[in-house]
Design a protein around this ligand. Structure first.
Ligand SMILES: Cc1ncc(COP(=O)(O)O)c(C=O)c1O
Ligand SMILES: N[C@@H](CCOP(=O)(O)O)C(=O)O
Length: 473
């Protein structure tokens, strides 16, 4: 399988190269040249199969010959062996035809673990085969950073630099990033929003000299490997509820559009999905775009679902590429307008194509809190605020789905990652699972930097050299 850039000016790459590069040299995001197809009987056969087996079937056509089948299977088994639930991603019913897909049983209690546990192993494998090292940079609004640190901590082939917005992540999220104690891990609090962190990461990729000097790699959902890993749970969840014979809709709490794009990918691979619902908090740029056709960035609002406090939604670029019939010049024009004027107008045909598959809704803080309360009262089930955004939007969409359709809302984080918000909404304080007790007492180590490219690059250069010197010693 070859991977092409959404901006059409970077050379197509094989799986292993696309995984290590992360972002195209033209600033574009990689996508498979064609979508592999899974036949209806194969999808039906996923019901009741162990998660790792489904993952292997989904990954194989994407990975091709770049990784030997036995090695791939071993990495999949190891990655999902770190999950605390035997099903990896179990479903919980919260209404007559409404289910929450729990994606938070991994090491850092958020859905990011599903992909990060796998891609850390894949990257390490490829680097080892090539005798190379990589400097990995990541931007986080809270969860990607912790998941990346848990997955890469202690790796001798990577230095990991995670940029998070200072004062804008939950205390649990911050401790997961700042207490690893591993020398190859660097948590950096940036004076700014998540969008500033993400812009810094993209600017580092665009700086060719720096990129080559440190051997840059990325683990945000700009990396195709992240999306690929997230496709699996759309298949396992849908098949366990009767797909492809039963109709399924998904609602996805959305920020950077990576998770829901994985649902789109599953659909393109043959999974019948009635609709994909984008759920946002008051940072509702995607809901506004679907309503008006204009993608317009604005001020970031701080909410109780901080990991979705995002304006520039990276993976929307992948959707535009797809919905425009893979029109790379159009993507270049729209992304140019985004960086120059903070917005762009979607052509009518692209908007119509998107509306044919996606719907979108936004909730405010009061509705999110009310949803946490209501689901606790009716189901004795505690939602985290991000999942609650999804459940609140899904409830408004259920009436518009066909009779019998099952609605699956993605449960993206464990409520104990956001105890203050959950307690304020419901009166119940969620406790960290036993494996995480003691996290809040560990010593923190992080540095604070301005949202300035030069300062961040100098910081990384200095630490990467120190790491290399340490390795030689
Ligand atoms: C808990 C949680 N929910 C939802 C999201 C949104 O996911 P995505 O950025 O893939 O749209 C994030 C962060 O990305 C998150 O951390
Ligand atoms: N919400 C995310 C933001 C980064 O998203 P990614 O999926 O592109 O890594 C986070 O928690 O960091």
């Amino acid at each position: 399988m070859r991977y092409v850039s959404t901006r059409g000016e970077a050379e197509p790459l094989g799986f292993a190269d696309a995984l290590l590069k992360g972002l195209g040299a033209d600033g574009g995001l990689y996508l498979p040249e064609t979508w592999p197809q899974l036949a209806p009987d194969v999808i039906e056969g996923f019901a009741g199969r162990p998660y790792a087996g489904v993952a292997e079937a989904v990954f194989r056509p994407f990975v091709g010959d770049d990784i030997a089948p036995d090695a791939l299977r071993a990495m999949i088994d190891e990655a999902y062996g770190t999950f605390a639930h035997p099903a990896v991603a179990p479903l919980v019913q919260i209404g007559p035809r409404h289910f929450v897909l729990e994606l938070f049983h991994g090491p850092t209690l958020a859905f990011k673990d599903v992909a990060m546990q796998l891609i850390a192993r894949l990257m390490d494998h490829v680097l080892k085969e090539r005798g190379e090292r990589a400097t990995i940079v990541g931007a986080t609004s809270g969860d990607t950073g912790g998941a990346a640190i848990a997955a890469f901590a202690g790796s001798r082939r990577t230095d990991l630099f995670i940029l998070f917005p200072h004062g804008r992540v939950s205390p649990v999220q911050q401790r997961q990033m700042t207490t690893s104690g591993e020398a190859n891990v660097h948590a950096v609090a940036v004076d700014g929003h998540f969008d500033d962190c993400q812009a810094l990461v993209k600017a580092m990729f665009a700086d060719r000299r720096f990129n080559e000097e440190v051997g840059l790699s990325g683990v945000n959902s700009i990396n195709w490997g992240r999306i690929m890993a997230q496709i699996v749970y759309y298949f396992t969840a849908a098949a366990s509820l009767g797909a492809p014979r039963r109709k399924i809709a998904f609602t996805v709490p959305t920020g950077n559009f990576g998770d829901i794009f994985a649902g789109y990918a599953a659909m393109r691979m043959g999974l019948p999905v009635e609709k994909l619902v984008i759920a946002t908090n008051s940072n509702d740029i995607l809901a506004r775009t679907l309503a008006t056709g204009r993608y317009e960035t604005g001020a970031v609002h701080a909410t109780m679902s901080p990991s979705m406090d995002i304006q520039v939604s990276s993976n929307f670029e992948r959707l535009i590429f797809e919905a425009s019939g893979r029109d790379a010049p159009l993507v270049r024009r729209l992304m140019g307008s985004l960086s120059q004027s903070g917005g762009f107008e979607l052509p009518e045909a692209v908007l119509t194509a998107i509306r044919g598959i996606f719907e979108a809704g936004a909730t405010d803080e009061a509705a999110t809190a009310a949803t946490i309360r209501k689901v606790l009262e009716t189901n004795a089930y505690l939602l985290d605020p991000h999942t609650a955004v999804g459940v609140a939007v899904a409830e408004t969409m259920l009436g518009e789905t066909a009779e019998g359709t099952a609605m699956i809302t993605l449960g993206t984080a464990h409520p104990a990652k956001f105890p203050a918000a959950v307690e304020q909404a419901s009166g119940t304080a969620p406790a960290l699972p036993p494996a995480h007790v003691g996290l809040m007492e560990r010593t923190e180590r992080f540095d604070r930097l301005p949202a300035d490219l030069g300062a961040v690059e100098d910081y990384i250069r200095a630490r990467t050299r120190a790491e290399l010197a340490g390795d030689r010693a």
